[in-house]
Design a binder for this molecule. Structure first.
Ligand code: GAL
Length: 635
């Protein structure tokens, strides 16, 4: 695995570039990502390009032996462009246009802006496409960051109407599919269809789902525009885009298919603070991040890639954007780096080289402080480099278990949560954590993936279950666990004929007759476990395998397939996992709190995420807080 950093030569006097480059190489870095926000310097005025500084920056980095990942600058359209084309601005759900003065203010659907993007990307690719120092391209930066996938602009409305027309052919079909007879929402033509914002109360969920699908397609086609240009001018150089953490607003499997390398931006401490974790977890893992955050995304994004993936931005110290921004425990930056390697990353690049003394991110740490002295992370990068050199390249193998992840499932649950604590991503993460606490390697895969070869399969929830997925499940003979709400909606967001779980009923003869969501703090008890948040009443001739104390069935099993009719707690998940592992002959390694392991083809890695030393029974070692133990596997 290579190491790199994100660098902004345009932020610093040219006199220090060469020293920066020398120091990067000395620290063990070999990659530098540049350029992704530099439009106002590349094209200071319409049509007047200034390449000279960028030429020199690339030359300086190359002279130090560094390889460059060049970003297209389309996440930051300059002021002159916005002023020339004010309707390229994205419009929020509140109907208000976004302002200039930060970034990501564009609307994915604006044809004029897309044309400008094609122009600047072409100019950049023509100039640097064959440059020997350019080894990779990054399109744009973090699609969707700052809540920018959905836009409700005129441009978006117009393209949404076209999208609907292509999909439904005639408007009567759309009316029927969405159920628009309800509340007299019927349209007479596609021209009458608007985006689903600004309605008095909730808009039709079918309308929202299609708007989300449309918006996701817009991100994918926006990206594809750039990919095609870069491929044409820079043959052989892989193209990437940097995805975000805990982010489901567009279908990353779709965008990933157009990329050569999938990358993501890893900020474990910020994510712990900003997402659903309990106060106890936020306290216990304050300076480490929850032990599954980084691993979850490594596995998720590996599953969005063709096998090539990496970390484009790795947190090196406190960030500036979470509610609270603690510093990582000494050792964590090295731990995160080695963990990415253990999951198969081809590189990890730190964000950023030097902390900026000005503008929005002046409180965001880098590998250097604003005065160029080294920050804490610098030595950890050196330490990680040394460890990596010792153990050599790591190969990833197919995991024993697969977890099925669906962006559409996230949209369905978000559009119609039915209970405010039913959060799809959290459910998936809990199932993933349960697998990891038992020492398993996990592949997180799309439902479209062939699942043959896995020894157990977990589908936390899949509300829209297509017939071909059910057919595929029917062919498998390994244990499969399917979670609540699966098969509960049709493709156009209605309740399926014959009720949930829809098409799944062909192979799992159960009917969900009623669902309940439960407020926080309320649970239904079973023997040694509880169901909270969500519980379904199931009718079936099958005798439940697991039931509540009052006899209501919770888990139904037909041969290798199990359905869990509620939101399982840890105890129930552990119990089901044990049964399935037993049936599949999978060895579980129950791990102490805060410890996680990962097996590569040649090594066993153990990561201590807790703030205390932890004993790892398998190796007999006591691992320090933020420590990593690496054992060569005897083949
Ligand atoms: C990322 C973004 C970077 C920087 C970083 C700060 O979301 O891609 O440009 O803003 O966060 O943590």
């Amino acid at each position: 695995m290579k190491l790199g950093c994100c660098y902004y030569p345009e932020h610093w006097p040219e006199e220090i570039w060469a020293e920066d480059a020398r120091q990067m190489a000395e620290m063990g870095l070999s990659l530098v990502r540049i350029g992704e926000f530099a439009w106002s310097r590349i094209e200071p005025e319409p049509g007047r390009y200034d390449w000279a500084w960028l030429d020199r920056a690339i030359e300086t980095l190359a002279a130090a032996g560094l390889q460059v990942i060049l970003g297209t600058p389309t996440a930051t359209p300059p002021k002159w462009l916005v002023d020339r084309m004010p309707d390229m601005i994205a419009v929020g759900a509140d109907g208000r246009p976004r302002g200039f003065g930060s970034r990501r203010h564009y609307c994915f659907s604006h044809e004029g802006y897309r044309k400008e993007c094609r122009r600047i990307v072409t100019a950049l690719a023509e100039r640097y496409g064959e440059h020997p120092a350019i080894v990779m391209w990054q399109t744009d930066n973090e699609y969707g960051c700052h809540d920018t996938v959905l836009s409700f602009s005129e441009a978006a409305a117009a393209r949404f109407r076209e999208w609907c027309a292509v999909r439904y052919g005639d408007v009567a079909a759309l009316n029927t599919a969405w159920g628009n007879v309800f509340w007299s929402m019927e349209y007479r033509s596609f021209a009458e269809v608007d985006p689903p914002n600004l309605t008095v109360t909730e808009a039709n969920p079918a309308h929202w789902l299609d708007y989300r699908r449309f918006a996701s397609d817009e991100v994918a086609s926006f990206n594809r525009d750039q990919v095609e240009i870069l491929r044409a001018h820079s043959a052989g150089r892989p193209i990437t885009h940097n995805f975000m953490g805990f982010f489901t607003e567009f279908n990353h499997h779709d965008v990933g298919r157009d990329l050569d390398v999938v990358t993501w931006d890893s900020y474990p401490l910020g994510f712990l603070e900003q997402f659903w974790f309990s106060d106890e977890e936020k306290r216990d893992y304050l300076r480490q991040g929850h032990p599954d955050i980084a691993a979850f995304h490594h596995d998720l994004y590996r599953g969005c890639s063709n096998g090539r993936w990496g970390v484009m931005e790795q947190q090196p110290g406190p960030v500036n954007w979470a509610r609270f921004n603690p510093a990582p425990l000494p050792g964590m930056v090295a731990l995160w780096t080695l963990e990415a390697m253990a999951h198969g990353a081809e590189f990890t690049s730190y964000f950023r080289w030097r902390q900026a003394p000005f503008a929005q991110e002046q409180m965001h740490a880098g590998l250097l402080c604003p005065d160029s002295s080294e920050a804490e992370a610098a030595d950890e990068v050196r330490a990680a480099t040394a460890t990596m050199a010792q153990i050599g390249e790591q190969a990833t193998e197919q995991a024993s278990v697969a977890l099925v992840f669906s962006y559409e499932a996230a949209w369905v649950c978000g559009i119609q949560p039915q209970g405010q604590s039913f959060r799809y991503l959290e459910l998936v993460y809990e199932w993933y954590s349960a697998l990891r606490r038992q020492g398993l390697n996990v592949d997180i895969v799309p439902e479209s993936q062939h699942l043959v070869g896995y020894r157990a399969i977990f589908v936390p929830s899949l509300p829209i279950m297509r017939a071909d997925f059910v057919e595929h499940l029917a062919e498998l003979d390994c244990p499969v666990l399917i979670g609540p709400r699966s098969g509960s909606k049709t493709h156009t967001f209605s309740i399926p004929e014959g009720l949930a779980p829809g098409a799944l009923r062909q192979i799992l003869p159960i009917t969900v007759e009623r669902v309940e969501s439960l407020r926080d703090g309320v649970a239904e008890n079973g023997d040694g476990f509880a169901i909270a948040r969500w519980i379904e009443q199931v009718a079936s001739d099958l005798v439940p395998e697991v039931a509540l104390l009052d006899g209501r069935g919770v888990v139904y099993r037909n041969h290798n397939l199990r359905y869990c009719a509620g939101w399982p707690d840890r105890a129930l998940l552990d119990r089901l996992l044990k049964c399935m592992a037993g049936e599949a002959g999978i060895d579980l390694i129950p791990l102490p709190k805060g410890l996680r392991i990962r097996r590569t083809a040649t090594h066993l890695f153990a990561f201590n995420y807790s703030a205390q030393p932890v004993r790892f029974d398998l190796s007999g070692e006591v691992i320090d807080p933020a420590g990593v133990s690496i054992t060569a596997l005897v083949s």
